[in-house]
Design a protein around this ligand. Sequence first.
Ligand SMILES: C[S@@+](CC[C@H](N)C(=O)[O-])C[C@H]1O[C@@H](n2cnc3c(N)ncnc32)[C@H](O)[C@@H]1O
Length: 326
Amino acid sequence: MNDPEIKSPRAKKGPPKPSFCLSIFNSPPFYLTLLLLSFYVGYFTATSNSSSSAPATTTNNFSSQLQTTTTTTAATVTTLPSDFDNEIDNFRVAPNCIDPIPTDLIRETILTRVYGGASPFDNFPPPHVANSLRHRSLKGWGSKGAVFRHLIEEVRPKIIIEVGTFLGASAVHMATLTRQLGLDDTLILCIDDFRGWPGFREQFQFINHINGDVMLLYQFMQNVVYSNVTDSVLPLPFSTGSTLSRLCQWGVTADLIEIDAGHEFNSAWSDINRAFRLLRPGGVMFGHDYFRMGDNRGVRRAVNLFAQIYGLRVQTDGEHWVIHTS
Ligand SMILES: C[S@@+](CC[C@H](N)C(=O)[O-])C[C@H]1O[C@@H](n2cnc3c(N)ncnc32)[C@H](O)[C@@H]1O
């Protein structure tokens, strides 16, 4: 038999000794060390990025989108002046929102939770104010701007939230528009403490007061009654901050939100951040006085900062700013 294994001189001496390099590749401890090394490298790389990749805990789809963009916030904030940080941290203590309730339950929810189940327009006006009200007084500011028709035609909202209502000029205008467009079920929630602002009665002396209690809410309600839109409009006579947060806790969301309450930066910033959480996917938020100088362009600075942080685009329509969610 011609067996090369037996005849080979090497075969008689046993297998050849591999060189040091070759022997290391054949050794199991080498591969074990390699494995451990890659594990540690991977672990430390992942840990250093963990703040931006942590999964968001959210209550609904749109909130997840917000949480995701909040990730961007953290990155962006580091480039902002430090005095902005507190504003953003303040907003992070906002209460949890629940999943949106169905649209057709929103009126009932508000009536039950705010008015004990009755309409605030029942038996209006109460006798002690009846003689102090004007039949109709709808002074506003840009309250009939083209933006209202544009957005109502575009969004065809079922729920509108107005943040800052005063006498109801823009609310009544929106109610009229929705009816003209056949949106008979649209509900407009008007958030305003109906206090106006310190000294506002110098300009609005016809709005009476009883022992310092100004009758702005009553005159607003009278305007709604006179305009025959009580089915479309519901007042929420509280501060904007507490009301927007509470609506989120009640699962009340909106298709269209108008921001027109306090115009200095802190107020506008707080309202915009809280209101945005209530927007449904595809909803639109807009507001007045984007160009106003009076409050050192507080509205404009708040809108622009918000859009920058969340990667959204600000459009303008007349004196109004507009932000689409999609
Ligand atoms: C410019 S007016 C709203 C005008 C209205 N959108 C219109 O066009 O006819 C601002 C309103 O915001 C209200 N407001 C301001 N800050 C508020 C706050 N923190 N909470 C509740 N209402 C507030 C004031 O009472 C006032 O009626």
